[in-house]
Write a protein that binds this ligand. Structure first.
Ligand code: GLC
Ligand code: CA
Length: 535
């Protein structure tokens, strides 16, 4: 048995509540819907679920605009449903991680409403970042919102407030002790309800520097922060550390305090994972120092090309980096903010990469639908919901494609997700991708994940780190072959579109696609495929 804390090498299944399963026919997923499908999640073989926000919210940014962080939005159910969800998950052996969004509230939060009424100079306004315009009437600085447009919005009496994201998401002022203590109340609230951990939204953003100073290149930093804008890496890497609102030293003090609170819950091993996009990468290790958080997301695979040298670099760097602070890396191929991996690199490649990554040390995050090999949905502009689409006036399409509801069963859209009309359209093209179909097809992506997750637990979790057998820097037969050994298992990923023969003996545990030829101490790894071999 593994004596390490449960989260160290957990596989964590991210559920976007609005898109998971609709229990009442209003077209949107909800907590009772999740409860009714937890058995499916458990049978997948994951250790925990992470729930994206389900709190009271006007839902301008998919619930990441929180109007009451200690209540459930009616569209998702109520607090009893949340409590029940946690209990049912626990009874199935699943841990529960909830999202917290400490960088900002919704403008519908009572505090912001009070701030608007109370006026300039009031303690109510001091919970946010309200400032006077410049002499010429322009905003207090030139920062650009991460969702496009200025990051300041003016209120009736002339003051501006800061919002790194949508204008409906005013940033909180973390120098204000009231903000600090209110957040502790929120963390305790969910811990007292029974959760096992938190995913901390924009964890690197809470502290701002030079709030009243222009940045010399606001468009530059705004582009540098976007994965979908290509930029000379040197220029990007020079710009990123200058972002005055991300990864400032002050955030770590907040997490030291939070860690004390987590550790005061002696009845469980509370964990927290930071969403922190930081540069240089070594800065990410600060979030997982022993008196801070437990994990930090590693986003390097979210936009990685399916190329051996690139993936080799990401894997070695991620492991080494975390090792330097005694931590293990995390891995994610998809999430609710980025294109789905099957669309980005191709379905068969996504299977190969998933099987490779599931063998690595550390924790794996799986975005619901990823286990089905789901591509991004095709969304007509008239159905789009993401504020990014609106704030950029359509220049950026936004993230709705990854958020299309799951296809559960049946022969036509919306595939059992809802008895009503789904909040984003599903396509009839997903007929072969439903959970119902894939469950009974031994070759489906769903069964690949199920088998791999079981084998991972049985053969890999206790086996320490990896050693490279084949890599672009390690006597590889092909520049398209990556192979590692972990414990008694060798993992080979063939990234080329021709089969590659390797000399190994052992028992084939799993293959991501194609048929493995075995004879005379040799195995052929099918094109675009990963295999695990037990020795
Ligand atoms: C995080 C969330 C994203 C949200 C943003 C603002 O990046 O993952 O969905 O829009 O924070 O809260
Ligand atoms: Ca519903």
């Amino acid at each position: 048995m593994n004596s390490a804390p449960w989260w160290k090498q957990a596989t964590i299944y991210q559920i976007y509540p609005r898109s998971f399963f609709d229990s009442n026919g209003d077209g949107e997923g909800d907590l009772p819907g999740i409860i009714s499908k937890l058995q499916y999640v458990q049978e997948l073989g994951v250790d925990a679920i992470w729930l994206s926000p389900f709190y009271t919210s006007p839902n301008k940014d998919g619930g990441y605009d929180v109007a009451d962080p200690r209540d459930v939005d009616p569209r998702f159910g109520n607090l009893d449903d949340a409590k029940k969800l946690i209990n049912v998950a626990h009874s199935l052996g699943l841990k529960v991680i909830v999202d917290v969004v400490p960088n900002h509230f919704s403008d519908q939060h009572i505090w912001f409403q009070q701030a608007l009424k109370a006026g300039r100079g009031s303690p109510e306004r001091a919970r946010f970042h309200f400032h006077e315009p410049n002499a010429d009437g322009t905003p207090p600085n030139n920062w650009i919102s991460l969702f496009g447009g200025p990051s300041w919005t003016q209120v009736e009496d002339g003051q501006y407030y800061l919002h790194l994201f949508d204008s409906s998401q005013p940033d909180l002022n973390w120098e204000n002790p009231e903000v600090v203590s209110d957040y502790e109340v929120t963390l305790r609230f969910w811990l007292d309800l029974g959760v096992d951990g938190f995913r901390i939204d924009v964890a690197h953003g809470l502290v701002k520097e030079n709030l009243l100073t222009n940045h010399p290149d606001p468009q530059g930093i705004s582009d540098a922060l976007r994965l979908d804008v290509s930029m000379d890496p040197e220029i990007r890497y020079a710009l990123l550390p200058t972002v005055p609102y991300f990864d400032r030293q002050g955030v770590h003090e907040i997490y030291r305090q939070w860690r004390k609170l987590f550790d005061s819950y002696k009845d469980r091993e509370v964990m927290a994972v930071a969403e922190a996009w930081v540069h240089p990468p070594v800065n990410s290790t600060r979030y997982v120092r022993s008196d801070e958080l437990h994990q930090v997301f590693n986003f390097d695979l979210l936009d990685a090309p399916f190329k051996a040298d690139f993936l080799y670099d990401v894997v070695t760097r991620s492991i080494d980096l975390m090792d330097s602070v005694g931590a293990l890396p995390t891995w994610a191929l998809s999430n609710h903010d980025s294109p789905r991996v099957a669309s980005r690199i191709g379905e068969i490649q996504a299977r190969a990469l998933a099987l490779f990554v599931l063998a690595l040390p550390g924790s794996c995050y799986v975005f619901a639908g990823q286990e089905l090999g789901l591509p991004d949905g095709d969304i007509p502009d008239s159905s789009r919901q993401d504020p990014i689409y609106f704030r950029t006036k359509g220049a950026q399409k936004g993230r709705d494609g990854a958020r299309v509801p799951l296809p559960w069963s049946g022969e036509s859209a919306p595939f059992g997700f809802t008895s009503g009309s789904p909040w984003l359209p599903l396509t009839d093209k997903w007929k072969e991708l439903t959970i119902e179909k894939q469950s009974v097809d031994p070759k489906s992506t769903l069964n690949l994940y199920r088998t791999a997750l079981k084998l991972r637990t049985d053969h890999l979790i206790d086996q320490g780190s990896i050693t490279w057998l084949e890599s672009p820097n390690h006597g590889s037969k092909s520049d398209s072959l990556l192979a590692v050994r972990r414990g008694n298992v060798s993992i080979y990923m063939n990234l080329s579109d021709i089969a590659i023969e390797v000399e190994i003996t052992g028992k084939l545990l799993i293959v991501s696609a194609g048929i493995v030829d075995a004879r005379d101490g040799k195995l052929t790894i099918p094109p675009l495929s990963t295999i695990w071999v037990h020795h």
